[in-house]
Design a protein around this ligand. Structure first.
Ligand SMILES: NC(=O)c1ccc[n+]([C@@H]2O[C@H](COP(=O)([O-])OP(=O)(O)OC[C@H]3O[C@@H](n4cnc5c(N)ncnc54)[C@H](O)[C@@H]3O)[C@@H](O)[C@H]2O)c1
Length: 395
């Protein structure tokens, strides 16, 4: 049916390159479910970045605007990988042009935009997906399986954290990441991931409490040129306001009654990408730390008491994603950030062509809005001295 599938990436920054690289690899994993992939275009307002990414990753052309992707009738499926405030206008135009869309998290730059995107997808005849890459980690997927299989027994505690240090330097430029209201800072940037993982493993969150938001560096210098991701860049002497939180903490209550404690930060010195979680139950526990992505810790009730104790499980073909998802299918050879983008984008294109489930599909825009609604509840809790706040439902 599909002779080929033409893909494009909008945004050639930090995560845009990960999407660009992922589409190159999607047909190398999980069998032959997809048609040939045509790497059609990379668009970025910064044409130097767009051209460099197109050359590196083997795309046919670099485009100077996202509108040029919308106007190209040969393009079938597109990743939106630019600052969050641009997600809605780009998604609206792509869907109107009949293109399938994979949007980066958080779904949108505001609740209003997020709701508009969900309204858009209700009548859409295309796939509208939002990506949460970390749920594609084999170790995290395995922990979820342990929980779902009841191996940990009744859950008693979830602790999650995503601590980064990319904003520790007060001379770091005021990029789009520091703009937008409360909730669009560390919560939207990295909190979106750990909140998604909490629900992926433990089920829906229905309420939060104890919300605390803080901003350690309230003003930052303006950049004088382009900035990629968290990179250092030349700055001017002019300062601008940081509009959102550097750090946030909260408790969450799941539909099951389980409670969680979660904290996020972009000013946690020495933590380049400190995503970690622990889940405990009455008969077992599991722990993961992304600084050691090829392993997780596990313990459960063993019949032989002398062998009790926490075990280091090395990621390998016995776990989700690894078999068929890694060129060298040998235990202990590692797993990295880029594989998770390959699995995510493979799932998206499988959704587009309707290939039966080699890997779980991405969530819809509605899933992305739910994640934002949890963040919005954390902000409400913080604004009322930590009072409990129910998570709103959009449907
Ligand atoms: N899943 C993950 O692990 C992950 C990691 C990082 C970022 N992200 C998400 O990806 C998105 C992009 O983040 P990033 O770190 O790559 O940002 P970035 O700042 O590195 O890159 C954004 C790019 O968008 C370009 N751009 C700006 N305005 C544009 C326009 N009008 N038209 C075309 N291009 C334009 C910029 O020139 C820049 O190259 C965000 O939504 C972010 O939350 C996800």
């Amino acid at each position: 049916m599909w002779e080929q599938l033409s893909v494009a990436v909008i945004g050639a920054g930090m995560a845009g390159r990960s999407h660009a690289a992922a589409y190159r690899m999607v047909n190398t994993v999980f069998g032959a479910g997809l048609p040939p992939i045509r790497l059609a275009a990379i668009a970025d307002a910064n044409s130097v970045l767009a051209e460099d990414a197109a050359r590196r990753y083997g795309y046919e052309k670099a485009l100077p605007t996202w509108e040029a992707v919308v106007e190209d009738p040969s393009i079938d499926a597109v990743s939106i990988v630019v600052g969050n405030a641009l997600h809605r206008p780009i998604a609206e135009a792509l869907v109107a042009a009949g293109k399938h869309v994979l949007c980066e998290k958080p779904l949108a730059g505001s609740m209003e935009d997020g709701r508009a995107m969900v309204a858009l997808e209700k009548d859409a005849n295309v796939v509208t997906a939002v990506g949460y890459t970390y749920r594609r980690s084999p170790a995290i997927a395995a922990i979820r399986d342990h929980v779902r299989n009841g191996e940990l027994g009744e859950l008693t505690l979830f602790n999650g954290r995503y601590w980064c240090d990319y904003a520790c330097n007060p001379r770091g430029p005021l990029t789009w990441r520091f703009k937008g209201g409360p909730g669009s800072g560390a919560l939207g940037d990295v909190g979106a991931h750990v909140i998604d993982l909490a629900e992926y493993i433990c089920g829906p969150i229905v309420a939060v409490s104890g919300g605390v938001l803080s901003t350690q560096i309230p003003k930052r210098p303006m950049p004088v040129g382009a900035v990629v991701g968290h990179a250092e860049a030349p700055v001017s002497s002019e300062m601008g306001e940081v509009e959102n939180e550097d750090t946030a903490m909260f408790s969450a209550r799941f539909q099951s009654g389980l409670k969680a404690s979660i904290s996020v930060s972009r000013t946690a010195f020495g933590m380049p990408n400190g995503l970690a979680l622990d889940v405990y139950g009455l008969t077992g526990r599991a722990s993961f730390d992304f600084h050691r992505p090829a392993e997780y810790l596990f313990d459960d009730i063993q019949p032989e008491a002398r062998t009790r104790g926490v075990r280091q499980v090395i990621v390998g073909p016995q776990l989700p994603y690894f078999r068929g998802g890694y060129p060298m299918e040998a235990p202990g050879v590692g797993i990295g950030n880029q594989e998770m983008f390959i699995y995510q984008n493979r799932a998206f294109l499988d959704q587009v062509v309707g290939t039966p489930d080699p890997v779980p599909p991405n969530g819809s825009f509605a899933h992305g809005l739910h994640n934002m609604e949890i963040i919005e509840a954390i902000v409400r809790s913080a604004q009322s001295d930590g009072a409990p706040a129910a998570v709103a439902t959009h449907s």
